[in-house]
Design a protein around this ligand. Structure first.
Ligand SMILES: Cc1cc2nc3c(=O)[nH]c(=O)nc-3n(C[C@H](O)[C@H](O)[C@H](O)COP(=O)(O)OP(=O)(O)OC[C@H]3O[C@@H](n4cnc5c(N)ncnc54)[C@H](O)[C@@H]3O)c2cc1C
Length: 486
């Protein structure tokens, strides 16, 4: 049995100022915290990862273009100069709106943090539309773990294919890659796997021809990139097909296993595709914290688990609690970074304004700056207002916008260098893949309490590791390392 969670002392405000707790270090969490830098408050950001993740570039980590550090800088470092901000690692498991406390856990330790104002920006996870068992075989694209696991699976598939082909075995299932979901993430992922297989890797193997790898983009909808409209959708599909992606529309994934998946068309016909590597880029489900908040306030949850908020992003009956970004449902706003950023800045401004005794701001209004998706090297689509832009110009816009929003100057510089390597030289700098990337997460999931079990239930393995470590220390201290009589 694991230890009972130990509760750490409740943190007190060192200054007795107004306490703002921010849940999440994503776009809403980070931009909300930054927007409070000049306010007369103490901000505590609690997030379950130590980094701020730039999700729109996860697919580039998965396909070996960027390193994980470039898109996920430590939040602590980003906020180092903001003196009124404290960063805490913790998985928030409870929010008590009456007591005004946030409860979080790390490896069995519990922390209860009181607040005067709260900004909840815990985002969304992947949705498998009720088929969570698909996740083991078709990882989503929501976290650094997802991206590294996918990187391991993608590059690992080519390695296994090389081995098996050398002994004369069929490797079609290893050289078929299926991406589920033809939204921006799916399109970008499929385009990058195709470029990787058909261009970057074409000279690296002896027994297989990577140019023969199949990349299939599947979606139940009738077009790719539905939010971009029919014309851009058609343009994108043609472009994908030109770089070797097979686009399978009107096909719903109905089964997934280790070696492949089954799709069903509108007439009910089922087809099996043999593919070891699958990527799930369809559907999102808002953080389960939405349910906790809904139960305490009566605010409705929509089908994606997003909680209905007031026009000023607060919860009914709780003007001190703001919910922003992917967790919030208001006016059908899309789940995009700008909605989270602008919502969080609005909440911060409102908190600051109240403390200064100002009248409430008008309701939150989202300013749509446009959307974009890359398809291949030098090829992208973008919508800005009524403008529809395709090709090289859209790609340059994509490059500039993403470079601007990557957090930190050093990450901007190194990302730019990695893009030069990829887009000019058709190469990839981040191809490192290890067994742990692929299997460690699944192994941890098999432990009842995950990593917590390793820490709070040290068993024989732990003792053996400690004994080995002591022996290493003894060898070093006695100068006996490497001696035959040691
Ligand atoms: C692969 C991918 C590509 C995307 N591409 C684009 C794009 O090109 N353009 C665009 O505008 N948008 C894009 N998006 C959407 C965009 O990233 C999201 O809309 C945005 O991140 C939402 O911000 P958020 O703050 O609500 O949530 P997030 O940025 O997801 O942040 C949530 C934070 O909460 C933390 N958290 C979650 N649960 C808990 C908990 N229980 N306890 C503590 N912390 C918790 C997480 O660790 C994270 O720090 C993409 C998303 C994905 C997944």
């Amino acid at each position: 049995m694991a230890e009972k969670a130990a509760t750490s002392p409740t943190p007190t405000s060192p200054t007795q100022r107004h306490r703002v707790v921010v849940v999440g270090s994503g776009f809403g969490g980070l931009f909300g915290t930054k927007a409070l830098s000049r306010a007369d408050v103490d901000v505590t950001m609690i997030a379950k990862t130590t980094h701020h993740l730039f999700q729109p570039l996860l697919y580039q980590v998965a396909t070996g273009i960027l390193s994980e550090g470039e898109i996920a800088p430590p939040t602590r470092e980003v906020l180092a100069k903001q003196k009124n901000a404290t960063v805490l690692l913790g998985d928030v498991t409870g929010i008590d709106l009456d007591e005004r406390t946030v409860t979080s856990h790390v490896l069995g330790r519990q922390l209860v943090t009181p607040y005067d104002s709260l900004i909840v920006a815990a985002g969304a996870g992947q949705s498998y539309f009720g088929n969570d068992q698909f996740a083991e075989f078709a990882p989503g694209m929501k976290s650094i773990d997802d991206a590294l696991e996918l990187r391991g699976r993608i590059f690992g598939a080519f390695e296994l294919a090389e081995l098996f082909a050398a002994s004369g075995r069929n490797v079609d299932h290893l050289l078929t890659f299926v991406v589920v979901g033809a939204g921006p993430t799916g399109v970008e992922m499929a385009g990058q796997i195709a470029e990787l297989a058909h261009k970057t890797l074409k000279r690296d193997f002896r027994a297989i021809n990577t140019r023969k790898a199949r990349v299939i983009l599947v979606d139940a909808a009738g077009q790719v990139l539905p939010p971009f409209g029919a014309k851009l959708g058609r343009w994108t599909q043609e472009k994908l097909e030109r770089i070797g992606v097979e686009v399978l529309l009107g096909s719903m994934v109905v089964a997934v296993d280790e070696r492949g998946l089954e799709v069903q068309d509108k007439a009910g016909n089922r087809t099996r595709i043999e593919a070891v590597t699958k990527v799930w880029a369809a559907g999102v489900q808002a953080s389960p914290l939405g349910r906790t908040l809904s139960e305490q306030t009566g605010a409705q949850l929509d089908r994606a688990g997003r909680i209905a908020v007031n026009p000023d992003l607060t919860l009914p009956g709780h003007p001190e609690v703001f919910v922003v970004g992917d967790m919030a449902a208001l006016d059908n706003l899309p789940g995009v970074a700008q909605v989270a950023i602008q919502g969080a800045r609005y909440a911060a401004k409102e908190i600051d304004g109240r403390l200064r005794g100002k009248a409430p701001h008008p309701p939150f209004k989202y300013f749509d700056k446009g959307s974009m998706a890359t398809i291949s090297r030098f090829g992208a689509v973008a919508t800005v207002g009524k403008l529809r832009i395709t090709g090289f110009l859209a790609w340059v816009m994509w490059l500039a916008v993403h470079l601007f929003y990557i957090t930190g100057f050093k990450n901007q510089v190194t990302a730019l260098l990695h893009w030069l390597v990829t887009f000019v030289a058709n190469d990839r700098s981040e191809r490192t893949a290890t067994e742990q990337q692929i299997f460690a997460r699944a192994a941890l999931k098999r432990l009842d309490l995950g990593a917590q079990e390793l820490v709070s239930e040290p068993g024989r393995t732990r003792e053996e590791l400690e004994a080995q470590a002591l022996e290493e220390v003894r060898l070093t201290d006695s100068g006996a390392r490497g001696r035959a009589d040691a």
